[in-house]
Design a protein around this ligand. Structure first.
Ligand SMILES: [Zn+2]
Length: 373
């Protein structure tokens, strides 16, 4: 097993949930501490409060990965006799770093919203509110036929050729490459001053803009030639749109009231709030972790019969009633599904890479509300 620092763990995490997926207002990333030190234990939590920090210290964690950013508003000072100042002081005194992945983790495939949609067993999932897509490029590279397999593998490992649920997609055609090495060249094939012809393959792959440099470097490193010939094309296409919330269908139609009880049970909450006719039949469901008041219209536009989200305010509930959109508000705290989701996924990825790190799930209940029956 390999000892790793915070950067190595976070760089793996950000391949899944990059910071550029986050909304502009969202302060994601490292909040407290640093990522240069060795990390052997990571605590995953929804929120960072003093009890969670105490838990991390007690468990010997060096890094906390949280969903909600602990420093949301910029600080003008850190007074250690305030709750927030004390929390920061405690983290620093204990070499405990804190990293937040918020709306980027909502958007990421397999992130908070997918985890919620899977708990609700929704099918035919789509993004509810698209927020991110990247330009697509095509790389065409010419390579001696004997080296084409290695080059295709290197391009695939760098992330090129990802199409939906397929990885390493490419197209190759064969032809003859011709060149004459001139004085100063150190040719891999052929001799200076003598024209050469070599059976070559033209390998074509598509790739999203953000990994362009990574793919180019991987291609140059794997290519046997001193001066590889290649073309980069900008395509008039973009990657699949990613975004906030998910829309999907239930296996069976049920009443809004039945669906409410179902949500309460599968999301493990003590109570839900319901808006709309309890007998309304629902099949198509929109779900968004966190505060959904702003997204009622997005859910309706997607044809949802019911919208599952937290923090629904009075007037938004009235708007939903007017547009015949049922609402189930199970509270904001259902985002706790990320604790298990992130810890299990990251543990598997780190174990596959033989990283010597353990992910633990916070057991502290950070729900501020108590529900009286
Ligand atoms: Zn939230």
């Amino acid at each position: 097993m390999k000892k790793v620092n915070g950067h190595e763990i976070i760089s793996l995490f950000e391949q899944w949930s990059p910071k550029r997926y986050a909304e502009d207002w969202d302060p994601v990333g490292l909040h407290i501490g640093q990522l240069n030190r060795t990390v052997q234990k990571v605590l995953v939590t929804l929120d960072v409060n003093e009890a969670v920090v105490d838990e991390a210290i007690e468990q010997g964690a060096n890094l906390i990965i949280a969903h909600h950013p602990p420093i949301f508003q910029p600080l003008k000072h850190i007074w250690t006799d305030t709750p927030q100042g004390r929390l920061i002081e405690k983290c620093i005194k204990n070499d405990l770093s804190v990293y937040a992945a918020h709306t980027n983790l909502d958007v990421a495939p397999g992130g908070v919203n997918d985890l919620l949609a899977h708990k609700l067993q929704l099918r035919q999932l789509e993004v509810m509110k698209p927020t991110v897509s990247d330009p697509l490029y095509k790389l065409a590279v010419f390579c001696p036929a004997d080296y084409a397999d290695d080059l295709r593998e290197a391009l695939g490992n760098a992330g090129a050729g990802a199409l939906g649920d397929y990885a390493g997609c490419s197209f190759s055609s064969t032809g003859i490459g011709r060149f004459t090495p001139i004085t100063g060249a150190d040719p891999f094939i052929g001799k200076v001053g003598k024209s050469e012809s070599v059976p070559e393959e033209r390998i074509e792959v598509i790739l999203p803009g953000p990994i362009r440099n990574k793919v180019l470097q991987a291609m140059l490193a794997a290519h046997p030639y001193e001066e590889p010939a290649y073309d980069f094309f900008v395509l008039d296409q973009r990657t699949e749109q990613l975004g906030l919330g998910r829309v999907g269908v239930l296996e069976e139609t049920m009443s809004l009231k039945e669906f409410g009880s179902y949500v309460k049970s599968v999301l493990d909450v003590p109570a839900i709030r319901l808006v709309g006719d309890p007998d309304k039949q629902v099949r198509k469901v929109a779900v968004l972790g966190g505060s959904g008041s702003k997204y009622i219209r997005a859910a309706k536009r997607k044809g949802a019969d019911v919208f599952v989200s937290g923090d629904i305010d009075f007037h938004s509930a009235q708007d939903a009633e007017l547009m015949d959109l049922g609402i189930i508000d199970p509270g904001h705290h259902v985002e706790k599904v990320m604790i298990e989701g992130v810890a299990k996924r990251m543990q598997k990825e780190c174990t596959d890479k033989e990283f010597d790190v353990t992910f633990i799930q916070s057991a502290i209940d950070t729900e501020p509300f108590t529900f009286l029956q």
